[in-house]
Design a protein around this ligand. Structure first.
Ligand SMILES: Cc1ncc(COP(=O)(O)O)c(C=O)c1O
Length: 388
């Protein structure tokens, strides 16, 4: 009998997509639903970025590019890493990829062999876990807690380390918690990674979405550029999720090997989307900061509304686009709560189980819809939870 591979069968279907489909069904039946389940900023892509891509199409720049991406774009990304992230980089350190997602796959497939263990701090972006599964590795979840502000420590990492550990996946600011690893935590993580001689993937997709604290790239810390694989994209920063442009940055000797992953899976990112992204990296921070003001307002609404509820434990997000409240003693788990909120309050949010161990009573709320919708959705959520 024909079956799909165990590799794909063992991967759970994305929780946010399950909710998204349920919400769509209700909408088809005439219900109004406020979508706070998908991490897709509601802003449009910048006009000049669109113009650059349209120009590229008209100029016939419609063919394969190098497997590494366009040289001009690699140069621009390397400059961004030097200027903004204090990571030494040149063109030779960069692969342009279809979104951060393919940069993650390239880094994961490029570092681990079958059975190698990968430390994944929880709560986590579920694709980290699932990509490790697909690559034949063993995800090892390292739980961080509300009490510790979701900070990692060397002591905690040591508990989960074995001689099979090859890689640690870091994501700061974090999806779903919005936590930012402090300078002290990053120093401890860096010392741990160097002592144990393991790779670190640093997913920095939310680096520009900061409400408090600062973003430090672990690849900029002493001795870390030799083992850090930095991942980022234009998706969230410039509201370009549909363009599918991201990058992987790392030591040249690994980049040269790892490029075989996209070479044999995607060939290259879309040519004209790369030309648009060249323009995006030229934009001043003004447009990003304007939008950040709006996200900050939305984040504050979400936090204030959740604080009205006694049964909620919340570390207010220091960065990112999400809040991750835990609902204590409400007589239902997060899956039931999300169904209830969809039916009762017309708001779509994602159950925490998708984001790791210990998150079964948490839900992820994305503040990526309009500010009015955030206000209305959170009002409805609070009313509905009070009825429980
Ligand atoms: C932490 C994290 N990494 C990567 C991605 C995927 O980014 P991209 O759209 O650039 O592939 C997401 C999307 O939500 C994310 O939250």
């Amino acid at each position: 009998m024909l079956t799909a591979s165990d590799r794909v069968k063992n991967v759970a279907f994305a929780g946010n997509r399950i909710i998204f489909e349920k919400a769509k069904e209700l909408e088809r039946a005439g219900r109004r639903i406020i979508h706070m389940e998908v991490g897709r900023p509601d802003f449009d892509s910048p006009e000049s970025v669109k113009d650059a891509a349209i120009e590229a199409i008209k100029d016939g720049k419609v063919h394969y590019t190098s497997n590494y991406g366009l040289d001009e774009l690699r140069d621009k990304i390397a400059k961004k890493l030097v200027d903004e992230n204090k990571i030494e980089a040149g063109r030779e350190n960069i692969i342009v990829t279809p979104g951060a997602m393919m940069a993650l796959s390239t880094a994961i497939f490029g570092t681990i062999d079958t059975g190698d263990e990968v430390l994944i701090p929880s709560p986590y972006y579920s694709s980290f876990y699932k990509q490790v599964q697909l690559a034949g590795g063993k995800p090892v979840v390292v739980p961080t807690t509300v009490e510790d502000d979701y900070q990692l420590s060397r002591e905690l990492l040591e508990e989960y380390y074995t001689d099979k550990t090859k890689l640690l996946v870091l994501n700061s600011p974090n999806n779903p918690t919005g936590a930012i690893q402090s300078r002290e935590s990053l120093d401890e993580i860096a010392e741990f990674a160097k002592d144990k001689d393991i790779f670190v993937i640093s997913d920095e997709c939310y680096e520009k979405f900061l409400y408090q604290g600062e973003h430090i790239s672990i690849g900029s810390l002493p001795g870390m550029k030799e083992r850090t694989l930095t991942v980022n994209s234009t998706s969230k920063t410039y509201s370009m999720t549909g363009w599918r442009i991201g990058f992987l940055a790392g030591p040249e000797q690994f980049i040269k090997e790892m490029v075989k992953v996209p070479q044999n899976m995607t060939i290259c990112p879309t040519s004209f989307a790369q030309y648009g992204s060249l323009q995006a990296y030229d934009l001043s921070d003004e447009i990003v900061n304007e939008r950040l003001k709006v996200f900050r307002e939305r984040r504050d609404i979400v936090v204030d509304k959740l604080n009205e509820l006694d049964m909620v434990e919340l570390v207010p997000p220091a960065g990112g686009l999400y809040a991750f409240p835990k609902f204590v003693d409400i007589g239902m788990d997060a899956i039931e709560l999300c169904d209830y909120l969809l039916e009762e309050a017309g708001i779509a949010v994602v159950p925490g189980g998708d984001f790791g161990i210990g998150a079964e009573n948490s839900v992820r709320i994305a503040f990526t819809c309009s500010t009015d919708e955030v206000r209305e959705g959170m009002g409805n959520l609070v009313e509905a939870v009070k009825k429980l």
